[in-house]
Design a protein around this ligand. Structure first.
Ligand code: PEP
Ligand code: MN
Length: 268
């Protein structure tokens, strides 16, 4: 593995990711409407989130499920960014959308299903935009790090890794959140390690404990799903934190992160 280690922490629009800071990225799974985006963005901003997430293009298991609002979703993200001042993390899943996505994204999310889409990774590398690379459903850590090289070989070093749960024989929950990936990746690379505590449990009541566990294990931050009306969400409602509960959640998780030595504000 030829991963260089000189780029931790990395800078994203005035936020430092990695080092002794803890980055909280929060927002809806999917951008659904102006009202939804504003409600969630305001709540996570008020609760102290460092960045806003939201998908305009969604990789759905079924082609008949809601695929996201596309360009309209990107516009709503841009509005929410202007309103809150929070940098935006949004998914890119098709090279044809690169130009539109980089106009709005401060961080391009590459989803688990695209971790080994090497043409996409190469294009993302060429944009120079910061990247959140999610671990593939069955990918080893070596494969995850190898995928980062497709981005880095284009001269883009602003890559953060994301553990989001892997597929195992266990069927009692959606995915197995591999928290040992945190210390293991920290030994293998200096790239920041972010944990997604939402997609593995697939249910809201297990998200906070997984968030705390990730913080305790040394994660550099979390990317968590939040919705103002999760029962009506078009995607991933059951696992989304309620917007009005976000601030208290964020306080508790940050307390754990501080114990783990990550108490320095990420805004510079
Ligand atoms: C998401 O973040 O909403 C998402 C689709 O994640 P993943 O690619 O990890 O399934
Ligand atoms: Mn989701």
């Amino acid at each position: 593995m030829t991963t260089s280690t000189e780029h931790n922490p990395i800078d994203v629009s005035g936020r430092r990711i990695g080092g002794d800071g803890f980055t909280l990225i929060a927002g809806p799974c999917t951008v659904e409407s102006r009202e939804q985006m504003h409600a969630v963005a305001d709540a996570v901003a008020a609760g102290g989130a460092d960045m806003l997430r939201g998908g305009a293009y969604k990789p759905r298991t079924s082609p008949y499920s809601f695929q996201g609002l596309g360009r309209e979703g990107l516009e709503l993200l841009a509005e929410a960014k202007a309103e809150t001042g929070l940098p935006v993390v949004t998914e890119l899943l098709d090279v044809r959308h690169v130009e539109d996505v980089v106009e709005v994204a401060d961080v391009i999310q590459i989803g688990a299903r695209n971790m080994q889409n090497y043409a996409l990774l190469t294009e993302v590398g060429r944009t120079g935009c910061a990247v959140l690379l999610k671990r593939g459903l069955s990918a080893t850590l070596e494969e995850l790090l190898s995928a980062t090289e497709y981005i880095r070989k284009e001269g883009n070093e602003r890559v953060m890794l994301c553990e989001r749960g892997i597929r195992t024989h266990e069927s009692a929950y959606r995915f197995t959140l591999d928290l040992l990936a945190i210390p293991a990746l920290k030994e293998m690379t200096d790239l920041p390690v972010i944990v997604d505590p939402s997609h593995a449990p697939g249910r809201r009541d297990w998200v906070e404990s997984m968030s705390m566990a990730a913080a305790a294990a040394g994660a550099d931050g979390l990317i968590v799903e939040v919705h103002d009306d999760p029962d009506q969400a078009l995607c991933d409602g059951p696992q989304s934190l309620r917007a009005d509960a976000f601030a208290a959640y964020a306080d508790r998780v940050r307390t754990v992160a501080e114990i783990a030595g990550k108490g320095v504000p990420v805004a510079v």
